[in-house]
Design a protein around this ligand. Structure first.
Ligand SMILES: C[S@@+](CC[C@H](N)C(=O)[O-])C[C@H]1O[C@@H](n2cnc3c(N)ncnc32)[C@H](O)[C@@H]1O
Length: 249
């Protein structure tokens, strides 16, 4: 019996978002360490919309303070890698942290849920130190399946989400206000980020791989957009706060 990853490899749906995210986070963490010329040991990082898993976990040895925020409190003991957790709405709670608190902020599969993405990006830019990096993964509404999904009535969207997600608890309402490569690029620049890079990656089969039927629907979606990168389902994004950003001085 072939594995899902084996089928994806044979169909050329590579690399995975997880692999690429790890590479981008590695670069953000390395850059932050290189900038820490004050002899400080370890980085201060934030997972904004942390849920119950964080790709920053792999970098724990380089992290001195690992903060998670979310609008939902995690179950006790479910996020043991965090040093701190706070209930914070990224779109609303600008005062949750002092300016220039973090070296790296990750916000993974969250932007599609944000009611006020511009405010969220401005908050994360404010919370980052000069030179610090924001790394985002989110869905791309230029993919026809994502666009169709976002066009459904909200009740139907929620039922579909529960069918394809690993657990019902992972099915958060999706609004998709700032979810295409151009909109995201512009919104991040408007929030003050520089060196913004948006990389689209095919991710539907992996995201919907809970059952074989939903995996194959996702695979068709990934194959449809394989030759048109700007239409691939998922966006991996990095932006930096400029080093000479005087807002944080
Ligand atoms: C699809 S889950 C992703 C969780 C985790 N980042 C991951 O990659 O597995 C989206 C998370 O974003 C959180 N979220 C949605 N809107 C938010 C907001 N405005 N502020 C903070 N967290 C938010 C949800 O509660 C949920 O935990």
């Amino acid at each position: 019996m072939p594995t899902r990853e084996g089928i994806l490899a044979r169909c050329g749906i590579m690399p995975s978002v997880a692999t690429e995210l790890e590479i981008v986070l590695r670069s953000a963490v390395d850059d932050a360490e290189a900038m820490a010329a004050d002899g400080s040991t370890g980085l201060t990082v934030l997972d904004a919309g942390c849920g119950r898993s964080s790709a920053l976990q792999s970098f724990k040895p380089q992290i001195a303070r690992f903060v998670g925020i979310d609008i939902h409190e995690p179950a006790p003991g479910s996020v043991p890698y965090l040093d701190e957790f706070a209930v914070v709405d990224v779109c609303a709670d600008a005062g949750a942290f002092p300016p220039a608190t973090f070296d790296v902020v990750l916000s993974s599969f969250t932007v599609e849920h944000f009611a006020r993405p511009a405010a969220a990006f401005a908050n994360m830019a404010r919370w980052l130190r000069p030179g610090g990096s924001l790394v985002i993964t989110t869905v791309n509404r230029r993919h026809p399946f994502v666009a169709a999904y976002l066009g459904f009535p909200s009740g139907l969207r929620h039922r579909l989400q529960r069918a394809v997600k690993a657990t019902a608890a992972d099915a958060h309402p999706i609004v998709g206000i700032c979810n295409d490569p151009k909109a995201l690029h512009s919104a991040l620049e408007a929030a003050g980020f520089v060196d913004v890079k948006v990389e689209p990656i095919g991710h539907l089969a992996r995201a919907w791989g809970r059952t074989w039927p939903t995996f194959f629907v996702g695979l068709i979606g990934d194959l449809l957009s394989r030759g048109t990168p700007s239409r691939r389902s998922t966006l991996l994004v990095r932006g930096r706060v400029p080093i000479a950003d005087r807002r944080q001085a």
